[in-house]
Design a protein around this ligand. Structure first.
Ligand code: SAH
Length: 261
């Protein structure tokens, strides 16, 4: 086939297929090849032209369908064959998504590339539920970390993280007891409210709230599993006042938390 194709790294959003960007959707509708991840909604694949090649790249925990190198090789191969390749990734491609590595691989291979941002689960999941990550007078800073490295090779600056108003933890369910222990050890109040949102914006979404002191026990009792976002900070307490309206019906494992001050 004549000419070089192009690789579009597209953020699919946090789960609900309506949360992809207009540009992301247009890319899907023009794709010759789509390479998609596990956390991407099946409904988005309906937007791909019928004749397009659909390739599942996997990445279930412990069961990698394709290695990162295989994904790179596939994207580059199809683009060199002249195809429009959409690499569809959960949330935003550059938030813990290894998107940077995929762009680097394209650049090194001389393949044209473009990144289409997505609604990251880091803010999109809580925002959709009505919990703001910042709020005047309550939270003037937020940070997003991975909980994945919280054991063993822990290189997070917990002293600094304990001072961030709203801390958002991705990939943190397994290491939740360790994470809360480090924050309390670094001076964060055990009364700090916490919300965990499991499968945010997706069918079967659940939320559990508590405090740094009891959230690990509460999450274990409800068998909270990945994918889940952990939100730590007073914005969760604020939300308790207006959570009456929610976009989806969800069970609450929460207790009433009074508003500070
Ligand atoms: N690039 C993605 C994040 C990839 S890391 C983004 O920007 O959203 C995968 C982690 O993201 C999961 O372990 C979980 O912590 C979080 N996550 C992704 N989708 C989620 C969802 N629908 N609900 C809750 N957390 C989600």
């Amino acid at each position: 086939m004549a000419g070089m194709g192009k690789v579009f790294l597209v953020g699919a959003g946090p789960g609900d297929p309506e949360l992809i960007t207009v540009r992301g959707l247009r890319c899907l509708r023009r794709a010759d090849v789509v390479i998609y991840d596990r956390l991407v909604s099946e409904a988005l694949l309906d937007e791909v032209p019928p004749g397009a090649e659909r390739i599942f790249a996997g990445k279930a925990p412990g069961a990698h369908t394709m290695s990162q190198e295989e994904i790179h090789a596939l994207m580059i191969d199809r683009a060199r064959a002249g195809y429009t390749v959409v690499r569809l990734k959960g949330g935003d491609p550059f938030v813990f998504g290894r998107g940077g590595e995929e762009v680097a691989a394209c650049a090194a291979a001389g393949v044209p590339w473009e990144v289409v941002p997505g609604v990251s689960s880091a803010t999109g999941v809580s925002t959709r539920m009505g919990i703001p990550v910042t709020h005047r007078g309550v939270a003037g800073s937020f940070a997003v970390i991975t909980g994945h490295r919280a054991d063993g090779q822990d290189d997070q600056n917990w002293a600094a993280l304990a001072r961030v108003d709203t801390l958002v933890v991705l990939m943190g369910v397994k290491r939740l007891p360790y994470i809360v222990a480090r924050l309390i050890q670094q001076g964060r109040s055990p009364d700090t409210p916490v919300a965990i949102i499991e499968r945010g914006t997706c069918p079967g979404e659940r939320v559990v709230t508590g405090t740094l002191a009891d959230i690990a026990v509460r999450a274990a009792a409800l068998d909270i599993r990945p994918p889940a976002v952990i939100l730590i900070g007073d914005v969760v307490r604020l939300w308790e006042h207006w959570k009456g309206y929610l976009p989806v019906q969800i069970p609450f494992g929460s207790h009433p938390v009074p508003l500070r001050g």
